[in-house]
Ligand binder design. Structure first.
Ligand SMILES: [Zn+2]
Length: 173
């Protein structure tokens, strides 16, 4: 995914986000936590903005929401059949030592929540399945090693197995 010119939309998002910081700060700390300030140093136009510490607290809350959104959209992307390579390209991850697909998976699984194998989960959209899938990342080639949890009759997993089989026909075993 290569974005086209989005600078106006980004400016608007920045403006709205500043408003959300103030709204959240006021909700949490009361309306005394915000006051009218020049919209930039020396400007005559003012806008109600949060005081620095309440704003700092609120911005941290919004950062957590944005991070959760990144995670959710990656789940949706895997659910929609997009590869870890495509996710890595879309995230525009900086130069990595290893393959981009692995870096993308590790972006979401780097913080160990347990001592088990890192994994990521999403729901299989196939009407013949609908299960929560445990995604073990792009390290192995066989679909059974990459994704666990598909229903026995899952059409999507069957297609992945058939594609893998077709790609490996003629391999020496
Ligand atoms: Zn499935």
């Amino acid at each position: 995914m290569i974005p086209t010119d989005y600078s106006d939309a980004l400016d608007e998002a920045r403006w709205r986000l500043t408003g959300e910081v103030t709204r959240l700060a006021v909700a949490a700390f009361g309306k005394d936590a915000a006051k009218a300030r020049p919209i930039f140093p020396g400007a005559e136009t003012t806008a109600i903005t949060a005081d620095p510490l309440p704003a700092l607290w609120a911005a941290k809350q919004l950062q957590a929401l944005a991070a959760a959104q990144i995670y959710r959209q990656a789940q949706h992307a895997r659910s929609a059949g997009h590869s870890w390579q495509q996710i890595g390209e879309t995230l525009q991850l900086p130069d990595t030592n290893g393959p981009l697909a692995e870096a993308a998976f590790e972006y979401f699984t780097d913080e160990p929540v347990s001592f088990s194998t890192p994994s990521f989960s999403w729901r299989c959209p196939a009407s013949s399945c609908g299960n929560m899938i445990t995604d073990h990342g792009p390290y192995e080639s066989h679909p059974d090693d990459c994704e666990r949890g598909h229903a026995p009759g899952c059409a999507r997993h069957a297609a992945a197995l058939a594609a893998w089989q077709a790609a490996h026909d003629g391999d020496d075993w």
